[in-house]
Design a protein around this ligand. Sequence first.
Ligand SMILES: Cc1cc2nc3c(=O)[nH]c(=O)nc-3n(C[C@H](O)[C@H](O)[C@H](O)COP(=O)(O)O)c2cc1C
Length: 192
Amino acid sequence: MNILVINGSPKSDGKISTVLKEVLAHAAPSSHIETIQLRELDNFHYCTGCMTCQHTGCCIIRDDIVQVETAIKKSDLIILATPTHWGNMSALMLGMFERLFGFLLEERPKGIPKARNAAGKKVIFVTACSTPWPFNWLLNQSRSCFGRLQEICKYSGLKICTTFVLPGTAGMAEIPEKYLQKAQKLGENYLN
Ligand SMILES: Cc1cc2nc3c(=O)[nH]c(=O)nc-3n(C[C@H](O)[C@H](O)[C@H](O)COP(=O)(O)O)c2cc1C
């Protein structure tokens, strides 16, 4: 299985990165894993809103987005990992999806969109947030972050397999054993 991990955390040693390490440590040894750290893409521009991608099927700016497009095409399963920022995905993750607009979605004449390039691939969401359980859910933090990702995946034809949330990260020195075990299970159950 070709697994693509897209890490949208601005931190290399944050909670998302730690959770991902735990998940990936339990993937099948035969799987091929490619990780894209969005924060490390040094030639990456914002979407300019030109909408040319609707006609060409990809962004007109051929910077590091090419690496992301190629990796998505090759993948069977994509792990979208992002900290919850303002009850949403991180700016890094949203910036990537804006650049993938026409690559993932074809808007047809009567405005009915059609998925392209990623339809049918599997996806897993991973997030972390400082709000503790159950308020991360009740106050629409992790829920809203996943909601936005879910909309993108719905229109892009990506199939959500499962989700992982690490809540209550404020002042958290080590990830509690319970969540490490959940991360291990995720790896065992979905990456094998
Ligand atoms: C700009 C910014 C916005 C944030 N917004 C939220 C939020 O809306 N809700 C929340 O619970 N935590 C929020 N947080 C806290 C992060 O989600 C939390 O620190 C998370 O563990 C970061 O993961 P990382 O260390 O892997 O980047 C925010 C943090 C930052 C830097």
